[in-house]
Ligand binder design. Structure first.
Ligand code: GRF
Length: 188
């Protein structure tokens, strides 16, 4: 039986797109839902174009984080996995207590280095020659759960931040679907 998954994203959704269009993944999972915390984000149309249901919310419409997380949990409680792909909110301990299944995150740094925002720029500005990405399990710490897989590129002489950023996205688009594929195949 195919696994049922949700993807959480806040922005452009290039990773969402790669996951949704991966023919290997289509055989083993169905994306039942996109959760997005930014009304108007480009990722929403990407989901709609593919006939994927969306749950879009604005945090300001809720009294507390627990309130909107409750609404999300209601939507995902029967799904087997959650994949965070550029979702810019921290999953709280409350969420983790109420959704006990696997949640993965993609983070554009070689964790444990450069947790949080602007990780690529942080690594670039620090002069790192090797800049990479991590896919990890989500726990209650920001970008803190066990790392599953990492990969990196070597910054070229005089390479701009823009070029490094584009190449990092290229690594993400390859690695995230591959890790998801391996994870689900093991569970089938
Ligand atoms: C990616 O760089 C991801 O690593 C980070 O947010 C970005 C999302 O990009 N967490 P996109 O929306 O998938 O294009």
């Amino acid at each position: 039986m195919k696994k049922k998954v949700a993807i959480f994203a806040s922005g452009t959704g290039s990773n969402f797109e790669r996951i949704a269009d991966d023919s290997r993944l289509k055989e083993i999972m169905d994306i039942e839902l996109l959760v997005c915390d930014r009304p108007g984000a480009a990722v929403i149309k990407k989901a709609e174009d593919r006939g994927i249901k969306t749950f879009v919310f604005a945090a300001r419409d809720y009294n507390s984080k627990e309130d909107y997380e409750k609404a999300i949990i209601e939507q995902v409680k029967d799904l087997d996995y959650i994949f965070l792909a550029g979702y810019m909110r921290i999953i709280s301990p409350y969420f983790l207590e109420n959704y006990k299944k696997t949640i993965l995150n993609l983070h554009p740094s070689l964790l444990p280095k450069y947790k949080g925002k602007d990780a690529i720029a942080q690594a670039y500005n620090a002069g790192d020659k090797e800049i990479g990405i991590s896919i990890h399990y989500v726990n209650e710490e920001l970008d803190g759960g066990e790392v599953i897989e990492q990969t990196f590129l070597t910054v070229k002489e005089n390479e701009t931040l823009e070029s490094v950023t584009n190449r990092i996205h290229g690594l993400e688009h390859e690695l995230y679907p591959k890790v998801i594929l391996e994870l689900i195949k093991e569970a089938l």
